[in-house]
Design a protein around this ligand. Structure first.
Ligand code: FAD
Length: 385
């Protein structure tokens, strides 16, 4: 079926991104994986290419587009090539919506030009060592000073994508205790300058997959965050997270779908070449049936992604619909990539084959941005269950 979600401009942009990935990322990607991160100057290149500024309004140095489809094209193309842009997906897909929606005019002027150029990289820190799925249980605190000029930030975060390179991190912290009626009350968001005294980057975590993305532990010890770096209103942070998590989940759904499609492509090429019992693996009926079933599932995921992208651009994607798209696409990708790896035999288990990297990279899609179980809870709640 022809996809109608993208227009000619998107397809031209796709060609540019594909050529850029082939020239600038594929040849050095193994080095990035070995180093556990993309080099910092690569983000300057993405800035120069205009990739960070696509949705940044023109007055702050961007191109002022109001569609998530451009980011979806980039996500599809990186997945297609079996690579990533390091931790920078979080910079655009997760952090920018917060800055745009809740930043004051003064903050936007201060932050967005550096955001668009890649001079200032952003990350977002919600998860803590003691709490991930249950975000209302977070313990990091931010206490307003008596003179009202700054907040004193204390606590720790973990699993923060882009946490090593980040120049500013959107930190979720408690500014007030939860109330009896509402455990979510009292959380605020701060755009914290990572050079402030007391701010520390801990371990860069050693992960199963996504090896070119820097995932870090962070700690805050009496960090004096200027009051002017509070994002939006005090104590409203949880509702801001609720507004923006659907886009994060859509981004993960798009990536998972594209990884499944990439797995089929890599596998079709492999089974055509590999000869077993005197015939190509592609000639066995089992191979044809497995790949056909993978294709049918991936086509269904594509349809879900396309509908969700349209709904999101129209401002209509609900939290439950985003959860449903993430759940479906990530579970499909999990099944498809596993079957495709099986068709590679032992070579599929070797890191030099792209299917092995896809297998490892894909696994986290069912965990981060909210686990599959949390997605089911959100969907069930929307059904009145
Ligand atoms: C590579 C990577 C990158 C990440 N990047 C970021 C980032 O940039 N910023 C950030 O803030 N976080 C990030 N995370 C954190 C991620 O969002 C959390 O890991 C995720 O939300 C799950 O939280 P947890 O790890 O604490 O698991 P837990 O909450 O401890 O969950 C453990 C298990 O319990 C299950 N469970 C939890 N609640 C329920 C329930 N109500 N019913 C049934 N089962 C339940 C879960 O589904 C899971 O199977 C990242 C994680 C990884 C692995």
């Amino acid at each position: 079926m022809r996809r109608s979600v993208y227009n000619e401009d998107h397809e031209a942009f796709r060609e540019t991104v594909r050529a850029f990935i082939e020239a600038e990322v594929v040849p050095v990607y193994d080095e990035w994986c070995a180093a556990g991160q993309a080099p910092r100057d690569f983000y300057g290149k993405l800035g120069e290419l205009g990739i960070f500024g696509i949705e940044v309004p023109e007055e702050y140095g961007g191109s002022g587009q109001k569609s998530f489809k451009w980011q979806a094209v980039i996500t599809e193309e990186t997945a297609r090539a079996g690579v990533s842009f390091g931790g920078s997906g979080v910079h655009v897909a997760l952090c920018l919506p917060y800055l745009l929606a809740y930043g004051s005019e003064e903050q936007k002027k201060r932050w967005l030009p550096g955001f668009a150029s890649g001079a200032t990289m952003y990350a977002i820190a919600m998860t803590e060592p003691g709490t991930g799925s249950d975000l209302a249980g977070m313990r990091t605190t931010a206490k307003l000073s008596e003179d009202g000029t700054h907040y004193v930030l204390n606590g720790a975060k973990t699993f923060i994508t882009g946490g090593v390179h980040a120049d500013r991190v959107i930190v979720c912290a408690r500014t007030a205790a939860p109330t009896e009626q509402d455990r979510r009350h009292g959380i605020s968001l701060f755009v914290v300058d990572t050079t402030l005294p007391g701010y520390a980057v801990g371990r860069k975590l050693d992960k199963l997959g996504l090896r070119a993305s820097d995932t870090a532990e962070l700690s805050f010890s009496d960090v004096r965050v200027p009051a002017g770096d509070l994002l939006g209103e005090e104590n409203k942070g949880f509702s801001y997270l609720g507004q923006n998590l659907p886009q994060e989940r859509l981004a993960i759904a798009v990536g998972a779908y594209a990884q499944a499609a990439a797995a089929i492509r890599f596998t079709q090429a492999y089974v055509a070449e590999r000869v077993v019992f005197g015939q190509p693996v592609a000639s066995f009926q089992n191979t044809k049936f497995e790949l056909a079933a993978c294709k049918a599932e991936t086509d269904a995921a594509e349809a879900v992604v396309d509908r969700a992208l349209q709904a999101h651009d129209a401002g209509e994607l609900t939290a439950a619909e985003a959860a449903s798209a993430k759940l479906f696409c990530t579970e499909v990708a999990h099944r498809v990539i596993d079957k495709c790896l099986q068709l590679h035999g032992g070579y599929g288990y070797m890191n030099e084959y792209p299917i092995a990297r896809l297998y490892a990279d894909n696994r986290v899609n069912r965990i981060y941005g909210g686990t599959s179980e949390v997605m089911k809870s959100i969907i069930a709640k929307s059904m009145g269950l």
